[in-house]
Design a protein around this ligand. Structure first.
Ligand SMILES: [Fe+2]
Length: 396
């Protein structure tokens, strides 16, 4: 029982503190108790630069990453696997995908009490998923250390259960998320429409090379934009891989927080600003409230660092295409609240004047085009943004 006394407000005053400090969640406390750093920011140019500390539970070295806006939505960390070493076997009641930032190795995956053990090899750029509560062990047989980046639904589960033992020592076996079939960790490249928005989706539990794999045409973000959503081990954890052509940049669009963009190839920068500042923040005198991050392969940035909706816009400045993977945890604009059957739109891909949140190039802040042009000239990259993109349609 709290020793503090609650006093009813008097004289027309309102109850409560008014201003208050955000409390640590069960997941925040769990991260602190793990004894490794917790990195919190808008983003980072390259996760290879993160300071790592010995991580007793996993047997590697690691750092948690909780970029602004993702708190309570999904978890992230990097873990280094020592040369000729392995992480401790573990299982847990949350979903996890791994992206290999650096190195080569293999993963063993099995179910409690079952003989079948899947073993598959990975390399830099591989992405794979560990089914819920399946045992797994990460092995590095090479002479160099390996660095893996994980995305998890741990915050959702830990904050709901508020008991770490129930998460890491739970006997339930998910047969519906695991199969002993030999092709369980084989790459599958068939493309189908995702059931929510009809975007290109691949059902595959393993992607050997997310840096160079083929991507189908999408065209929603920039001319020639390519994109696929890999669907892994029945996860609610949502992510996609997308690519902007060299010399091009995406239209800005707005939605609430969850998405983190991770650079796989090329280099570029991202702007993000609160939707209430409007589509032309520099012109309107709010340029100081726009956040920017420059990044390269291994770098990451949050799309919406605060509450409510934020615009975000991504610029490719390399001679090669700018490839990103965006991780959302169990959230994405296709899963906005609403009763089953309610009609929704793919509003992030619909322009402002047509009812969406995408800012067409002809409506955007002129500062962006000018700066992009100058940046490409400096980088020696050909500009592939034709003048027509900046012409309003004839009905406007
Ligand atoms: Fe977005």
């Amino acid at each position: 029982m709290s020793s503090k006394q609650w006093n009813e407000p008097s004289g027309g005053k309102k109850a409560g503190f008014g201003k208050f400090t955000k409390l640590a969640t069960a997941y925040d406390k769990f991260m602190e108790e793990e004894g490794i750093p917790v990195f919190r920011d808008l983003g980072i140019k390259n996760v290879r630069n993160l300071p790592l500390a010995p991580w007793k539970r996993t047997g590697g070295k690691g750092s948690y990453i909780q970029l602004y806006g993702t708190e309570g939505k999904w978890g992230c960390y990097v873990v280094e696997v020592p040369p000729a070493g392995a992480l401790h076997p573990e299982k847990h009641m949350f979903e996890k995908i791994y992206l290999v930032v650096e190195g080569r190795g293999s993963t063993e995956v099995w179910l409690e009490g079952e003989n079948k053990k899947h073993v598959f090899e990975w390399q830099k750029g591989s992405i794979f998923s560990i089914p819920m509560n399946a045992w797994h062990r990460i092995v590095n047989a090479t002479n160099d250390s390996a660095l893996l980046q994980a995305g998890t639904t741990a915050p959702v589960v830990i904050n709901a259960l508020q008991n770490i033992d129930a998460v890491f020592n739970n006997p339930y076996v998910f047969h519906d998320r695991f199969s002993s079939a030999d092709d369980f960790y084989k790459e599958h490249d068939e493309i189908e429409p995702d059931p929510v928005r009809g975007l290109a989706m691949r059902r595959t539990n393993f992607l050997p090379d997310a840096i160079n794999c083929e991507l189908p045409l999408d065209n929603r973000r920039s001319p020639g934009y390519r994109r696929v959503e890999p669907f892994m081990t029945q996860n609610t954890f949502y992510y996609w891989i997308g690519q902007h052509e060299n010399g091009r940049y995406s239209k800005a669009h707005a939605h609430t927080s969850a998405a983190i963009l991770i650079c796989l190839k090329g280099k570029g920068y991202t702007y993000t600003w609160p939707e209430h500042l409007g589509p032309t923040p520099w012109k309107d005198g709010y340029g100081d409230q726009v956040r920017r991050l420059d990044y390269e392969p291994g770098g990451m940035v949050t799309a919406a660092p605060g509450g409510a909706r934020w615009y975000h816009q991504h610029f490719s400045v390399s001679k090669e295409p700018f490839r990103l993977t965006a991780w959302f945890g169990p959230h994405n604009p296709g899963r906005d609240p609403g009763p089953p059957g309610e009609k929704h739109t793919d509003y992030t891909a619909i322009d402002l004047h047509e009812g969406g949140t995408a800012i067409p190039y002809w409506m955007e802040d002129p500062y962006l085009r000018k700066e992009y042009k100058e940046t490409l000239e400096r980088e020696g990259v050909e500009n592939q943004m034709p003048d027509e993109l900046y012409q309003p349609p004839s009905d406007q």
